[in-house]
Design a protein around this ligand. Structure first.
Ligand SMILES: Nc1nc2c(ncn2[C@@H]2O[C@H](COP(=O)(O)OP(=O)(O)O)[C@@H](O)[C@H]2O)c(=O)[nH]1
Ligand SMILES: [Mg+2]
Length: 303
């Protein structure tokens, strides 16, 4: 087992709820529940699985809440957080059901909360070199998501990690209702908006598990990216629209060059390219104005 302060805090065991969102995880859910029970009560939110996830989780000693149909990981965690608040738990852990995370690292996540140093602790794959285990194409995608999350929240963390610990005050302050595509990112952005203290600790991640990813990486990654860009548009409109506007002007410049270059070489102006350049100039101006306007609105809303 990893070095941990668990001995000092085992009296806290009744106060800790370990939440496992699960969708068709019958191969691994049993062992994750069993290993997690050492550290607190275990709640599995079975999200309309068609396999024996619920049955095995119950046999292994978990509390099981089942959604009759699949509602997504975000909704599953919201259900779990409501449960935790209604039962008065003071610490909630979220951990994946597929075996990629090691429940014996739960104490590492709890430690900064117990010490009063953080309200949310994120298990990071980047702090101890376990990122080398991440396949290259995923690393690229994660890099983009981490950087865009940073623009939206001003904090740079392992933004898509599902292994986290939250204290009661974070649960109460986070308003995750009706939120978008990635609960992982939403949590970070909301935390930075609400003065919730974030901290990262290194964790290990396994890639030799039977079903490590349920979602298509490209469509899921793009979905998360779109929702982060939406957040940036809302929170930092001038940045988003300004960037898009600059891109439009660059395209206009290139088209303008293509239109005029033949003319300077003794030929005629290429009309199609010239019209294209004009259109992109107009788009660029519109985007810039939109950015300025939304920026003022965002400031007014923020005040
Ligand atoms: N409740 C619920 N859990 C889900 C859903 N999709 C994935 N999960 C769980 O969320 C965790 C992470 O999902 P996974 O596909 O492994 O994500 P990845 O490892 O980040 O690619 C696992 O425990 C899954 O069982 C869903 O639609 N509903
Ligand atoms: Mg996984």
């Amino acid at each position: 087992m990893t070095a941990s302060p668990w001995k000092e805090v085992t009296n806290l065991k009744n106060d800790v709820l370990i939440v496992i969102p699960a969708y068709n995880e019958e191969l691994t859910i049993g062992s994750i529940v069993l290993l997690s029970r050492k550290y607190g009560d275990v709640l599995v939110v079975d999200d309309g699985s068609s396999d024996r996830t619920s049955e095995i989780a119950k046999e292994a000693g978990a509390i099981v809440i089942r959604h009759e149909r699949n509602m997504g990981k975000g909704q599953a965690l919201r259900t779990a957080f409501e449960y935790a608040l209604s039962r008065g738990y003071s610490i909630v852990i979220t951990i994946d059901a597929d075996g990629q995370h090691n429940p014996d690292e739960i104490p590492l996540l709890v430690e900064p909360i117990i010490k009063g140093e953080a309200d949310i602790v994120i298990g990071s794959r980047y702090l101890n070199g376990s990122k080398k285990e991440i396949p290259l194409y995923r690393r690229v995608g994660l890099w983009v998501l981490n950087k865009t999350t940073k623009v939206a929240s001003s904090v740079e963390v392992d933004s898509q990690s599902g292994f986290r610990a939250l204290n009661k005050s974070a649960l109460e302050k986070l308003d995750l209702r009706g939120d978008g595509y990635s609960i992982e990112t939403d949590m970070i952005v909301k935390a930075s908006d609400n003065g919730i203290r974030l901290r990262e600790v290194p964790i290990s991640v396994r890639y030799d598990v039977p079903k490590k990813h349920k979602k298509n990486p490209i469509s899921h990654g793009l979905g998360v990216l779109a929702s982060i860009v939406g957040l940036i548009g809302y929170k930092r409109p001038l940045l988003l629209f300004g960037t898009l506007s600059i891109i439009s002007f660059i395209i206009a410049g290139i088209l303008g060059y293509l239109a005029l270059e033949p003319y300077y070489n003794g030929g005629r102006v290429y009309l199609t390219q010239a019209i294209g350049a004009g259109i992109f100039v107009i788009i660029g101006i519109q985007l810039f104005i939109a950015g300025l306007t939304l920026n003022v609105l965002a400031k007014m809303v923020g005040e």
